[in-house]
Design a protein around this ligand. Structure first.
Ligand code: ATP
Length: 573
């Protein structure tokens, strides 16, 4: 199966551990069969009162086999699990590497809880492919063949009975287990995704749920989802247990067959009675070793399904895997040019941006204003290559964005998006997100410039910046961006939560920092835009006005009207 290719590749990388696990498993299996066969033979021999040295040799052999079995089983478990954990970490990183270039688009298409279920649950399911599907049959077949050859020395018919039993346990029992398993596992996955989704919704929206009095209802939904998952898991586990019980039943049936056949051969003189217990014990043990065969197809199917879901999730990643190698230079300020750029979100009926043509010279300072939903943030996402224009061309430093390596664009840009993420740690941790090293003095200086004097570098930051006010979050994001060395500043409403005075102070520091760089500032408030080289007004995805502050005021168009309304509101306030 194509989806499992990635897993096979990862398994090849762990071939040394896998080979040791197989050798360990084989020795453990053979030692197990020999141990119990020798015990059966020992018990039979004692009846005939053999010389003492025979008993000593047999007893020692049993002990040695017991030790050998334990040691080799330990080695098998150790190396197979080590290989599994390495495999899982390889799979996780390769899945993440494919997933990351797809953001933010992928979050729009998938519910985050479901994505989490895939990342955690489905990747985890793949471990079964190795632990329960790929390598156990190799051991089972080797141990079984060795046992059949050994048994055939005593009786070819008993050896044939072993083969018959093996065929039943390898094909008939798993076939029965497989019936209905696909449906059951599908339901488990569905319920797991539902539970993760409910959980994510509750975690993200717990404040609103509390305020709107919906918490109890959500908790109930969560409990229902959890109970539904537990019920499906129980049903699936019961079904697997049924397979294992069937396997044990067949194993005992074959052992009874060995006993009866052996008794018949002893009566007609073709088998020495002393070997009967040994053959029965060999039969019981070899089928015990073959127990994983009962659930193998079920796990195989489960792993294939998980691999398919993961492959579907990152389907587009393969298409966009090869990134161009041309890098955006950080040696000089970046020029930005948009020629007839349009963009429409998937499943949206109207474009977010329509035929935008703009030329932003290197080192210039441009403000982008316009009503909510006019496409300002979308424009920034296109410049960052987070989305690809539906039509038109974007050039940075005269190179088409299509030909530029996206990581180099991010490297060359100082970006503050509307919602910055903050990690659990300290203010210092949240400032030091790039590879550069900074002294405490430098870090404190940016906090000062961002008007975050009330925070020290060691102050804690909770997950998602829960303990920071919206204004503090914005100022921390701005402090973070001031530490970067990019030559293109893309700031999406970076000061919307600040009071007027603080906003002006921060903006003035920002403009000083970006003095030699190109800066694009999206803002709703129209105050302080006099210092900008150009103001671009967007409405319904189109550029409706563009010019300097004075030009737009003289033009008495949309910007002028908005400015008048803003002044009036400030006066009234
Ligand atoms: N992920 C998305 N999927 C579908 N449509 C989207 C998505 N993000 C934005 N849109 C739509 O695209 C249009 C432009 O959105 P955008 O966020 O660029 O506007 P904006 O001018 O930045 O708004 P605001 O000032 O409120 O931040 C809006 O109509 C919005 O509904």
């Amino acid at each position: 199966m194509k989806e499992l290719a990635i897993l096979t590749k990862a398994m090849i990388q762990e071939r040394k551990d896998i080979a040791i696990a197989i050798v360990g498993g084989f020795i453990a299996g053979i030692a197990g069969v020999s141990l119990f066969s020798a015990s059966g033979y020992l018990i039979s021999q004692t009846v005939f009162a053999p010389p003492l040295y025979t008993l000593i040799v047999l007893t020692s052999l049993v002990k040695i086999l017991g030790l050998l079995r334990a040691a080799s089983r330990y080695a098998e478990r150790l190396y197979s699990h080590r290989a599994t954990f390495s495999l899982l970490s390889r799979l996780r990183t390769s899945f993440f590497a494919k997933l990351i270039p797809l953001t933010p688009g992928i979050l729009g298409r998938n519910r985050s809880g479901d994505l989490l279920a895939r990342i955690v649950g489905d990747v985890e399911s793949l471990q079964h492919y190795f632990l329960r599907v790929a390598y156990p049959p190799v051991i089972v077949v080797l141990v079984f063949l060795a046992t059949v050859i050994f048994t055939s020395v005593f009786s070819i018919w008993i050896a044939c009975l072993f083969v018959l039993g093996m065929l039943i346990t390898a094909f008939v029992v798993p076939g029965i287990v497989l019936l209905g398993q696909r449906r059951r596992q599908g339901r488990v996955r569905e319920k797991r995704a539902e539970l993760s989704t409910e959980m994510a919704e509750m975690l993200y929206g717990y404040r609103d749920l509390k305020v709107y009095g919906q918490m109890k209802k959500r908790e109930q939904l969560l409990q229902d989802a959890s109970a539904a998952l537990a019920a499906e898991q129980e049903a699936a586990a019961r079904h697997l247990l049924l397979g294992q019980s069937l396997h044990a039943f067949v194993a005992y049936l074959i052992s009874w067959g060995v006993l009866i056949l052996g008794a018949v051969f002893i009566v007609n003189g073709s088998l020495a009675g002393v070997f009967l217990a040994m053959l029965v014990m060999a039969s019981l043990t070899v089928f015990e070793e073959a127990a994983p065969m009962a659930v193998l197809p079920a796990y195989k199917q489960d792993s294939e399904h998980a691999a398919k879901r993961l492959a579907e999730t990152v389907l587009d990643a393969d298409r966009s895997e090869s990134q161009p190698s041309t890098a955006l230079s950080t040696d000089k300020a970046v020029s930005v040019e948009l020629c007839g750029v349009s963009f429409q979100y998937e499943d949206e009926w109207r474009p977010a941006l329509k035929d935008i043509t703009l030329s932003i010279p290197p080192g210039s300072k441009t403000a982008i204003v316009g009503p909510s939903g006019s496409g300002k943030s979308t424009l920034i996402e296109l410049l960052l290559k987070l989305r690809v224009p539906t039509s038109g061309l974007i050039r940075l430093n005269d190179v088409s964005v299509r030909e530029l390596n996206e990581a180099s664009i991010w490297q060359a840009s100082n970006v503050v998006l509307q919602h910055s993420h903050f990690f659990r740690g300290t203010i210092r941790d949240n400032l030091l997100l790039n590879e550069e090293r900074y002294t405490d003095e430098e870090l404190s200086a940016v906090l000062e410039k961002a008007q975050l004097r009330n925070k020290s570098l060691e102050d804690p930051v909770y997950e998602k910046g829960e303990n920071l006010s919206d204004g503090e979050k914005q100022r921390l994001a701005l402090a973070r961006v001031m530490l970067r060395k990019g030559r293109l500043w893309l700031l999406d409403e970076p000061t919307s939560a600040l009071d007027y005075v603080t906003e002006q102070r921060v903006l003035s520091h920002l403009l000083t920092e970006a003095a030699d760089d190109t800066l694009l500032l999206i803002c709703h408030r129209l105050t302080g835009l006099e210092d900008m080289d150009r103001i671009v007004v967007l409405d319904q995805g189109r550029v409706i006005e563009a010019g300097t502050y004075t030009e737009l005021m003289e033009q008495k168009g949309y910007f002028y009207e908005m400015k008048l309304i803003e002044r009036q509101m400030i006066d009234e306030a």
